[in-house]
Design a protein around this ligand. Structure first.
Ligand SMILES: [Fe+2]
Length: 330
């Protein structure tokens, strides 16, 4: 029996064939914001950017929109705002609304994540559960959310998941798994079984845009509510659309489609204050995440944007020069 936080409960499995159905969204512009992690400033930045889009559009919060919002008022506000758009459940929302026996945080952490981190995540979830229980209407709504959905933009069917092609908390679309031949082969097989051209995911906290033969892509936005690159202070969303984004950190053309990682330039100082009010030094979230919040993870643009050996014509754009990076030395 795996330890809490290491397991992927049976109820999390849907399998790639579940994605074979008709698309529930058919739009010209699709935004995906996984891993908001309870950051209201990132939510504000996201909605501001999304509002400026014209034409047929949809915004999907594909899971883990709660995490640091231990304050009940923040939790309720984020819940109400997110659920006014499309949303799918992440492991966080699932473990709040319908706790699975022995799942802990439900993250399904792989071996490369240390035991202390896993234990802290389990305790963060417990605290968040106490908050969520003070907002019963939120729990009912979260329990009713789907685990995945299918969208269509142009000629591409897009499987929108939180984890991977098999499970809500799978790590098959992590940058680590997609750095191995075994992981790439599993993804190739998943495209066939799911009948999609693009998988859009989150959950594993680091972004990756991986190209496969036949115009197929896995695009993982990392975190909407936390920095994703060394010395940066903005979140990332995925934008898949028939017209290019005003700004993107990197991206690729797929025929008429633009698949891009767009920055969410939130008010860092305000977010840092709000985070510290809820998770001061000595708290579990502070120990696990504060360094990342102020200085980013040890990860760079080039680590995320992967053309692959079997590329199709297209162009990965260079990082934007104005990318909210910190002064050197931080
Ligand atoms: Fe997750």
């Amino acid at each position: 029996m795996p330890a809490p936080g290491r397991s992927c409960p049976a109820a999390y499995y849907y399998g790639a064939r579940a994605l074979h159905g008709e698309p529930s969204l058919v739009v010209d512009t699709l935004w995906l914001a996984g891993g908001l992690y309870g950051n209201p400033l990132a939510l504000e930045a996201l909605l501001g950017a999304y509002e400026s889009e014209r034409g047929a559009k949809a915004l999907v919060f594909n899971g883990d929109f709660h995490w640091f919002d231990g304050d009940a008022a923040d939790f309720a506000r984020i819940n109400d705002t997110v659920l006014a758009f499309c949303a799918t459940r992440g492991n966080v929302e699932t473990e709040l609304a319908t706790p699975q026996e022995g799942a802990g945080c439900g993250c399904g952490y792989p071996d490369w994540v240390g035991d202390e981190t896993v234990a802290r995540s389990n305790r963060i979830l417990e605290r968040l559960r106490a908050t969520a229980q003070r907002v019963p209407r939120a729990l009912t709504a979260l329990a009713a959310l789907p685990m995945y959905l299918v969208a269509q933009v142009g000629d591409a069917r897009i499987g929108v998941v939180h984890g991977d092609t098999e499970s809500l908390a799978g790590w098959g679309f992590s940058q680590e798994a997609l750095a191995t031949e075994d992981g790439l082969q599993r993804a190739r097989e998943a495209f066939e079984r799911a009948g999609v051209e693009i998988f859009a995911c989150s959950h594993t906290c680091l972004p990756v845009l991986q190209r496969f033969s036949g115009g197929r892509f896995v695009v993982n936005n990392g975190a909407a509510g936390m920095p994703n690159f060394r010395a940066s202070r903005y979140g990332l969303a995925t934008r898949i659309a028939l017209a290019p984004a005003r700004e993107s950190i990197y991206g690729v053309r797929r025929g008429a489609l633009h698949i891009e990682a767009v920055p969410l330039r939130y008010d860092h100082a305000a977010w840092e204050r709000r985070f510290l009010e809820q998770w001061p030094p000595g708290s579990d979230a502070h120990a696990s995440y504060y360094q990342r919040i102020v200085a980013g993870p040890d990860y760079q643009f080039g680590d995320a944007a992967r053309t692959g050996a079997d590329s199709i014509p297209g162009r990965i754009r260079a990082p934007s020069p104005n990318s909210n990076t910190l002064p050197s030395g931080m």
